[in-house]
Design a protein around this ligand. Structure first.
Ligand code: HEM
Length: 416
């Protein structure tokens, strides 16, 4: 640490050494404090990523938004980035939604987005409540001393059940698809063969699921996968069967671990701000505003969104070349004092709250409303059922789960 309290490594020094992507501090749930200095002094800076590649860190709120929406920046194929030295290009995989571009992406979004609007998802609110209540009741029943672990009992199981029930994925198949999902989420640094094997395995699973749904026929076809399948069979429809396979793969990659990790971090933030948590319990009408603040405050994504420049351009005096990786840092943007007064303070009444937790522009998170709904219902149920909830161990001693680049508490020991 230097005298300003930051731990930013050097920008390229005289010897050309690059700073590493700032790492989380194990004792601090906040984003790496190095970003405060980068936002002021080096809003665009080349850094060394954990996988050995280099990328341009973008740390200011307005630049992060602009980068997500910039047509000169594209999302690279997971099966083709980082670029390989050897001449053999990997065999093609179906693109996930994130990797789709142009007219193809527009067409697929047009078919899928209406299924994920706030209004359309209202049918899930009572179901999410029932699932959340059942999980809390089970935790309480199985505890002899009014203590438990909220991660194991609540934040791990809830998001997958919600995702499965919303989109029509069989929860009972989880041992078939989750290992591949987890491989892909920690893909940085893995050999390409392993990444491809996991991608193909997920595609095969999705294709098999669609075969099953096709055989079941329309009478059982009310779920999202079946609705999209029907669209793919409609004359002049917006989707192909491959797009529906991509939908299933994308849901399993984008809609699972993010939600688990965010929910655990959000509960940690609440438990370490007990006054604000009690106020929320007494005034639950503020929960939706609180959810937005928790989305802003949790530094879930630290330089993990990789974009690649399609052409040369200059930003804040830095020449970015075609092919360079560009990393808009959501965890930094959401703490930018130019966008949020007193940005490091958790303020559950903060409004407006233009956070970038779900990205920005044409690839804005499809699951944003589902995530909001789930967190809002989960908080309501938790505060109703366990009004005296508190951490049972000091926050500083809690271990982190770092099995994917999204850091979250590995345990949340609580008493009630
Ligand atoms: C806390 C939870 C979540 C966070 C923080 C999050 C964050 C994000 C971000 C930042 C992006 C944009 C990436 C980019 O532009 O390169 C994104 C895209 C996406 N997310 Fe989420 N997400 C979450 C939950 C979910 C859930 C539950 C689902 C599914 C139901 C989902 C589905 C998607 C999809 C399909 C995309 C790609 C959209 C496209 O490319 O058109 N996400 N998410």
């Amino acid at each position: 640490m230097d005298e300003t309290g930051t731990t930013a490594g050097p920008a390229p020094d005289a010897n050309g050494t690059l700073m590493p992507v700032p790492a989380f501090d194990p004792a601090d749930p906040g984003p790496p404090c190095a970003y405060a200095r980068l936002r002021t002094e080096q809003p665009v800076v080349k850094a060394l990523m954990p996988n050995g590649e280099t990328g341009w860190l973008i740390s200011r709120h307005e630049d992060v938004r602009a980068a997500f929406a910039d047509p000169r920046l594209t999302r690279p194929l997971l099966s083709a980035w980082p670029p390989r030295e050897d001449a053999d290009a990997p065999p093609p995989c179906l693109p996930t939604f994130l990797e789709m571009t142009g007219e193809h992406h527009t067409r697929v979004r047009r078919a899928v987005s209406p299924l994920f609007t706030r209004r359309r998802l209202e049918f899930m609110a009572p179901r999410i409540r029932a699932m959340a209540e059942e999980l809390i009741d089970t935790m309480v029943r199985s505890s002899g001393d009014r203590t438990g672990d909220l991660v194991a009992a609540f934040t791990e199981p809830l998001p997958l059940r919600v995702l499965c029930e919303t989109v029509g994925l069989p929860h009972e198949d989880r041992d078939l698809y989750l290992p591949h999902t987890l491989t892909l989420l920690s893909a940085a640094g893995l050999p390409m063969e392993e990444i491809l094997a996991a991608l193909y395995a997920l595609q095969d699973y999705a294709s098999g699921l669609i075969d099953r749904k096709e055989k079941e026929g329309p009478e059982d076809g009310g779920d999202y996968v079946s609705l999209l399948l029907a669209e793919s069979r409609r004359e002049g429809g917006d989707l192909t069967r491959d797009d529906v396979v991509s939908f299933v793969v994308t849901m399993l990659m984008a809609g699972y671990k993010t939600n688990i990790q965010h929910t655990a971090n959000a509960l940690l933030a609440l438990l370490t701000h007990p006054d604000q948590m009690r106020r929320l319990r007494d005034e639950p009408e503020g929960i939706d505003t609180a959810v937005e603040e928790l989305l802003r405050h949790v530094p879930l994504m630290n330089a993990i969104n990789v974009l690649v420049a399609l052409e040369d351009f200059t930003l804040h005096g830095q020449r970015i070349r075609a092919g360079d990786a560009v990393l808009p840092v959501i965890a930094s943007a959401n703490r930018d004092p130019d966008a949020f007064p007193d940005p490091d303070r958790l303020d559950l009444t903060r409004s407006p709250n233009a956070h970038t937790a779900f990205g920005y522009g044409p690839h804005y998170c499809t699951g944003a409303h589902l995530t909001r709904l789930q967190l809002s219902v989960a908080l309501r149920v938790l505060l109703e059922k366990l009004p005296d909830l508190e951490l049972a161990e000091p926050a500083e001693s809690l271990p982190w789960d770092e099995s994917t680049p999204l850091r979250a508490p590995a345990r949340l020991p609580v008493r009630w």
